[in-house]
Ligand binder design. Structure first.
Ligand code: TXA
Ligand code: MG
Length: 338
């Protein structure tokens, strides 16, 4: 496995690897992806194998130009109104942390999409990712570069520690700017639905195309009747058991030995601390001192990775305010806790 800093040379080497059917972990603005040529079924199998990812969980197809949709997506299956909304979203929010479900063309093999006739398309807002995509096949299928069910990687080192030699190359582009995955939006049905909260807030989408529905993944059964494949209740989980509480409820919890604590802001941490006589030396972390939601999102996985290494028996976490990126933070915390 090669672990290389981002340079023009390492990006073109990574593109060679992808073109010849290999897999490369690369940075995006949300989390790191594990990329393979989206048109090469054998390369896609490797992505599932390396992640230990079930084949019913479809991948996201990353593009670096809107025109690629002409090759990979079948927009003729969308009605005029949906097409109009697609272009409003693409013009305003791409490149960016938004994956849009569209009918796919046969050029994208069924394995990429778990046999679905649709695929999730995303145009990342990250120069390295875009260069890599354009220099390889123009369409790179990439899930987050973590073992299935685990915490998403926001740094190249997270991948080296978890997948290591199973990948051909890791491109090190430093810490991810946004820190939570893209929002997954399904525009193919009668109602437009958010299938996964993520880096593009619901409010932003609604300001452009009007009200959207939320597919509540906490209602989804992991064995049968998946509304959105891959949206399992338990996901994004540290190895350490995690419980998540509202501010009111976390304040009722006593600080015990071998526990770690994750607060949204300094204010909440201080309120909790006031009610405690801390008797133990335990990890206590805050996502954003001032309570800035974007900063909190960007630090979520990184902080969970750190707490997971601290050898405690349980992590107690506090919900973020349910607005903007707070919805994505809370979704990840709930899934980490299931
Ligand atoms: O920000 C991100 O989206 C990152 C970076 C690497 O781009 N990628 C990512 O991929 O989070 P992944 O595989 O961890 O999550 C993809 C999820 C699937 O689990 C599934 O829920 C949804 O996207 N998805 C993909 N294709 C779909 C489809 N055709 N229909 C419904 N949901 C789909
Ligand atoms: Mg993932």
């Amino acid at each position: 496995m090669e672990f290389l800093p981002v340079t023009q040379e390492s990006i073109s080497r990574a593109a060679d690897i992808i073109r010849s059917g290999g897999i490369v972990a690369f940075p995006t603005e949300t989390v790191y992806g594990l990329g393979a040529d989206a048109y090469n079924a054998e390369a896609l199998v490797k992505v599932f194998e390396v992640k230990n990812r079930p084949y019913f969980d479809p991948l996201i197809i990353h593009i670096a130009a809107i025109e690629t949709l002409e090759t990979a997506a079948d927009l003729s299956l969308l009605n005029e109104e949906t097409r109009r909304k697609l272009f409003i979203l693409a013009e305003n929010l791409w490149p960016g942390p938004l994956s849009i479900i569209l009918p796919k063309k046969d050029k994208i093999p069924g394995i990429a999409t778990a046999g679905l006739r649709t695929a999730a398309f995303r145009f990342p807002d990250h120069e390295t990712a875009r260069d890599l995509i354009s220099l390889s096949s123009g369409a790179v299928a990439a899930p987050s570069a973590n073992p299935f069910g685990g915490l998403s990687p926001t740094r190249a080192e997270h991948i080296r520690d978890s997948l290591g030699d199973k990948v051909d190359m890791i491109l090190n582009g430093g810490a991810a700017r946004i820190g939570v995955e893209s929002t997954v939006l399904d525009i193919t049905g009668e109602n437009i639905k958010i299938l996964r909260y993520g880096g593009t807030p619901r409010e932003t989408i609604e300001s452009l195309i009007g009200p959207v529905f939320i597919e509540d993944s906490s209602e989804v059964d992991s064995d049968c009747g998946l509304v959105s494949p891959g949206q399992l209740k338990s996901h994004y989980a540290p190895r350490t058991p995690l419980s998540v509480f509202s501010i009111e409820n976390i304040n009722l919890l006593p600080c015990e030995k071998n526990t770690a604590w994750l607060f949204f802001d300094n204010f909440s941490r201080n309120v909790w601390l006031k009610g405690q006589g801390i008797k133990h030396d335990i990890p206590i972390k805050v996502l954003s001192a001032s309570g800035n939601i974007s900063e909190a999102a960007s630090r979520l996985f990184e902080t969970l990775h750190e707490l997971d290494k601290s050898n405690v028996c349980r992590i107690f976490a506090q919900f973020a305010p349910q607005e903007g990126l707070g919805a994505a933070i809370n979704d990840r915390l709930k899934k980490a806790a299931s």
